[in-house]
Write a protein that binds this ligand. Structure first.
Ligand code: THU
Length: 161
């Protein structure tokens, strides 16, 4: 028997002001697009904004449904949109923020398990890491260099070859 370990490094900034200007802009946009969420059931609005390697900006927000499992997270709405409008163009960086009735938005949230699976496949099929910038409306910001780091031992398309 051999025990192994998985670890990854990420950056923790005390506030948005510490980020480089382009990343500040993206996170502020993600904060703004929370307003586009359709979240009448959870009252938890998530906004995501990405810059593609060709410089284009794509946004996403969570879109819920009365049949709850039908709902989509902001991250997957964004990835589907990016892939539809600019097929085969990698996402370079994605900022994610949120706000919600009765929830403080003073710390980062990170993508759910399904979104991690989608993010890692998007990265691997286009051969480009997606940098994640995670932050609330206020408070600290996490920067993760690639989404794959969030999904150790992922099930990937390799298994289906
Ligand atoms: N949600 C996202 O859009 N992204 C996340 O990273 C976590 C959760 C959405 C799904 C649902 O509409 C609401 O937030 C509450 O779970």
């Amino acid at each position: 028997m051999k025990e192994t370990k998985f670890e990854f490094n990420y950056k923790v900034y005390d506030s948005i002001e510490e980020l480089p200007e382009q990343e500040q802009w993206l996170l502020n946009e993600a904060r703004e697009v929370t307003a586009n969420a359709y979240a009448p059931y959870s009252h938890f609005q998530v906004g995501a904004v990405a810059r593609l390697v060709n410089g284009e900006i794509i946004t996403g927000s969570n879109q819920e449904n009365a049949s709850f499992p039908v709902g989509l997270c902001a991250e997957r709405v964004l990835l589907a949109s990016a892939s539809s409008v600019f097929p085969r163009v990698p996402v370079d960086v994605m900022a994610i923020s949120y706000k919600g009735e009765g929830h403080a938005s003073d710390h980062p949230i990170s993508p759910c398990g399904i979104c991690r699976q989608s993010l890692q496949e998007f990265e691997s099929r286009l051969g480009h890491p997606i940098k994640l910038i995670l932050g609330g409306m206020t408070g600290p910001v996490y920067v993760i260099d690639n989404a794959k780091a969030l999904l150790p031992l992922a099930f990937t398309s390799e298994e289906l070859r």
